[in-house]
Design a protein around this ligand. Structure first.
Ligand code: PMP
Length: 352
């Protein structure tokens, strides 16, 4: 029989998204979504939107949403690129800034999609080990000979680099692209978008999926020098002109406009996170100081995989990575206070 698949399609090991089981209702603390709904303004615009307009293609340039982002950050629209989730922009970045066979640097423990993309686009990944406490030693990232990807805060650790540390990396690698994946930056970090005017090698990528509660709409954006943005556009328009649908555009605009709701829900997540950290430490967990909307935790005398399985049986989903170096940790998304209270009660029983 003929083999219809390319070597790539046959051999690549794809990214595994967090599970979405349908057998019962779970408390979902496994995919870092917002525990709060999107802004009411999003609901209003979607319910009142003109249904007939759906027969028309959306604006390929996504201008109206760019306008809102440019107002929010006080930057120029020409420095913004919008993608179907930040995953898509990450993928486009691999194509826009690297050639086949190039090296690409990132931490050995980070968002696992980077490694999948490296293989998909035939790059040579170089994984730089984190320190034993999971922190990034920025000295390892100075004066490298190819591009760098850094999630900040890092995932799944939640640990943050300061703006000045990001600047040190950008300034010591002026001839190489530095992509900062800021999916979780709003939960306690300072965005490096401010540095993109000064450093033309720096691209900052953010998402609407976490702090703006729109994971279901698939929206991300990048901020950077016009030349880098043009590179992303060249890839996008060689792939699919209409990556962002009409309803997502409307939702994104309203979510950006409603700054008060954004700040309120982010602050609620931060407060719950800090309370949860204290309790988990008291219960004997190692809890790195996450500045994201999740905690990466390990217990002194209970295996992470066992905790993950028991929580699942109890109707609580968390993320467990059966991967060397982190296989005794679980990643727990911060839910509402009520969800976290239930989580804590179950955890107490499990580690008893
Ligand atoms: N970067 C990191 C570090 C993430 O954890 C995620 C979420 N899985 C993404 C990017 C992608 O987010 P999205 O495509 O929903 O914008």
């Amino acid at each position: 029989m003929s083999d219809f698949l390319s070597n790539k399609a046959k051999s690549i090991e794809p990214y595994t998204p967090g599970e979405q089981p349908k057998d019962k209702k779970y408390i979902k603390l496994n995919t870092n979504e917002s525990p709060y709904p999107p802004s009411n303004a999003v609901k209003k615009i979607i319910t009142e939107s003109n249904f007939d307009d759906l027969r028309l293609y959306p604006d390929p340039n996504v201008s109206d949403l760019k306008k809102e982002i440019s107002k929010f950050y006080n930057i120029n629209e020409k420095n913004i690129f919008i993608g179907n989730g930040s995953d898509e922009i990450l993928a486009f970045s691999f194509m826009a800034f690297f050639n086949k066979g190039d090296k690409i640097y990132y931490p050995n423990i980070t968002y696992s999609f980077y490694s999948v993309y490296s293989k998909l686009f035939d790059l040579k990944e170089v994984q730089i080990p984190l320190k034993d406490d999971f922190t990034i030693d920025i000295n390892d990232y100075k004066n490298l000979n190819s591009g760098i990807f850094i999630a900040n805060p890092n995932a799944p650790t939640g640990l943050l680099l300061s703006l000045s540390q990001i600047e040190e990396i950008a300034s010591t690698n002026k001839n190489h692209i530095i992509v900062i994946d800021e999916a979780y930056i709003d939960f306690g970090g300072e965005s490096a978008y401010k540095l993109t005017e000064k450093y033309n090698n720096l691209l900052v990528i953010q998402t609407f999926s976490k702090s703006r509660a729109l994971a279901g709409m698939r929206l991300g954006f990048a901020i950077g020098n016009e030349y880098l943005i043009q590179g992303l556009k060249n890839i996008k328009y060689s792939f699919n002109s209409y990556t962002i649908n009409r309803l997502s555009i409307l939702a994104g605009i309203e979510a950006m406009k409603d700054k008060a709701y954004f700040e309120e829900s982010v602050n609620k997540v931060i407060n719950t996170r800090e309370k949860t950290k204290v309790i988990l430490k008291e219960l004997g967990f190692i809890v790195p100081d996450s500045k994201s909307n999740f905690l990466f935790i390990s217990h002194k005398n209970k295996f992470a995989e066992d905790i993950y399985i028991k929580l699942r049986e109890e109707g609580i989903l968390v993320r467990y990575f059966k991967t060397r170096l982190i296989d005794n940790y679980i990643r727990v998304t911060i839910g509402t206070d009520e969800e976290m209270n239930i989580f804590i009660e179950k955890i107490k029983e499990i580690i008893k």
